[in-house]
Ligand binder design. Structure first.
Ligand SMILES: Cc1ncc(COP(=O)(O)O)c(C=O)c1O
Length: 462
């Protein structure tokens, strides 16, 4: 019997007395339970009363190798006994050095410099500021704008939100934000009837070219989420878009910022999504962006850490006598935190030692087979998948793809059904998605799909 002081209701009440949670209308918790999780084990989260929830969304897309992963935990414990933190200006430490070497080794060619920050949004801020500052240092202070894709999401701080296009998060703060130039997303779901994803990508590249023709002179960079626009509803697009984007950025002298915060570290089937963009013969090793932003899975979901990788050319544009005023004077107190770097090194060691991508391919194929029957569901417009990200788009009308009104909160019904049946599914509006840790078994995937299918039946029942 659990001590009553530790039971779910008691902990939830104490929480709600003082804590303001992220991305939440707190009033919802008058009817929706606040769940105190006290332990994690593999793909499972365990609450204060011993109930279990299969983490189908990797705790906001961060977890790769299971909760309380013993290998990462051991690395952390060792580091905590050695050096927990040190100022990262004027000082360095072995975990950061080793991690930077590893990141340069595994990311696309040409990304030879690493700037650390401590969360995804902070990495986006760094990339945006660096891009602008690069052009300024090159004598192009007129370049002050960014091109972002419709439906994109890059975080919640003001700069990151400025280049995001999810109304739910952006609309309220619009008066405070930079005004990006929006390019139509190559999202295949929004294609014309009969158009293939590659054709959508080609058409959207033509539209991007037209925008660059007009705006390149005032544009610092184009920022994209490679292959999957995650928070925008797990919308997916053809890798040709990335090939064309690289060419256009070169042709029009603007930077290419790849936000791989959600899709990096094996999510899409390759270590990085940019690897799937194969120029020319189709045998290339992917495209190299000018900036690659990483976070989330970087520490296996253990601690906040992010990194912006960029080129030597970018670095050189800031490298000068102090008096020239060209330095990148951006900092966060916890930049390059040794504990977080150690967690990241342990995570990358798992990639080195185990056939992670192969295993993911088998798991992804299994997930695809299990989701297949949902294609015929009368309220499912599309089942789509890129590697270990799969999504089911619910609609009010299958023939016209008319969406359910957001206010109906159909996805919330799936969420609540999931909690009652040992599954954490957290739909994005009407999109039910699966983004499980890589240690999830086939049987556990079956459980997620079964619960989601029953939840969808409940969600569309009236
Ligand atoms: C693609 C992408 N970029 C940036 C972010 C922001 O990361 P963070 O939540 O760590 O600030 C997210 C978060 O979901 C994301 O999905």
């Amino acid at each position: 019997m659990t001590n009553p002081a530790d039971r779910n209701a008691t902990l939830a009440a104490r929480d709600l007395k003082h804590i303001w949670h992220p991305c939440t209308q707190m009033h919802d918790h008058e009817t929706i339970p606040m769940l105190p999780i006290v332990r994690g084990e593999g793909a499972w989260l365990i609450d204060a009363e011993g109930r279990r929830y299969l983490d189908g969304i990797s705790s906001w897309w961060t977890n790769l190798f299971g909760h309380a992963n013993p290998r990462i935990a051991a690395a952390l414990a060792e580091q905590a006994r050695t050096l927990e933190h040190v100022i990262f200006a004027g000082f360095t430490h072995p975990p950061a050095i080793e991690l930077a070497e590893e990141l340069v080794r595994i990311t696309p060619p040409g990304l030879d410099k690493v700037f650390f920050a401590d969360n995804g949004s902070a990495a986006i801020e760094v990339a945006l500021k660096m891009s602008f500052h690069y052009w300024l240092n090159q004598g192009h202070g007129e370049k002050t704008r960014f091109i972002a894709l419709t439906g994109s999401y890059h975080g919640e701080t003001l700069g990151a939100l400025s280049v995001s296009d999810v109304a739910l998060y952006r609309k309220t703060y619009a008066p405070l934000l930079l005004t990006p130039i929006l390019a139509p997303s190559p999202d295949a779901y929004e294609g014309e009837p009969g158009e293939t994803p590659a054709q959508v990508a080609a058409r959207r590249l033509d539209e991007l070219r037209a925008l660059l023709e007009r705006h390149a002179h005032e544009t610092c960079a184009v920022i994209v989420e490679p292959l999957v626009q995650c928070a925008g509803g797990m919308r997916m697009y053809h890798p040709d878009y990335l090939v064309g984007l690289r060419r256009l950025c070169d042709e029009y002298a603007v930077h290419f910022i790849a936000d791989e915060i959600a899709v990096g570290f094996g999510r899409t089937g390759t270590l990085f999504a940019c690897e799937q963009a194969c120029p020319g013969s189709g045998r290339g090793a992917g495209v190299s962006p000018d900036f690659m932003c990483l976070s989330k899975g970087l520490t296996g979901g253990t601690l906040p850490l992010s990194a912006v990788l960029t080129t030597n050319a970018m670095y050189e544009a800031f490298y000068a006598e102090y008096g020239a005023g060209k330095a990148f004077l951006h900092s966060h107190s916890y930049t390059g935190n040794p504990l977080a770097c150690s967690a990241a090194l342990a995570t990358l060691a798992i990639f080195r030692d185990e056939p992670v991508l192969e295993r993911n391919r088998a798991l992804a194929a299994h997930l695809a087979r299990r989701l297949e029957p949902l294609r015929d569901h009368p309220h499912v417009a599309e089942v789509r998948q890129t590697g270990m990200i799969a999504a089911v788009e619910l609609v009010a009308d299958k023939a016209t793809r008319r969406p359910y009104a957001a206010g109906e909160r159909r996805g919330l019904r799936v969420y609540l059904h999931g909690l009652q049946h040992e599954a954490l599914l957290r739909p994005l509006g009407n999109v039910i998605y699966f983004m499980p840790p890589y240690v999830t078994s086939e049987a556990e995937l079956d459980h997620l799909v079964e619960v989601a299918t029953a939840g969808i039946a409940r969600a569309v029942a009236d």
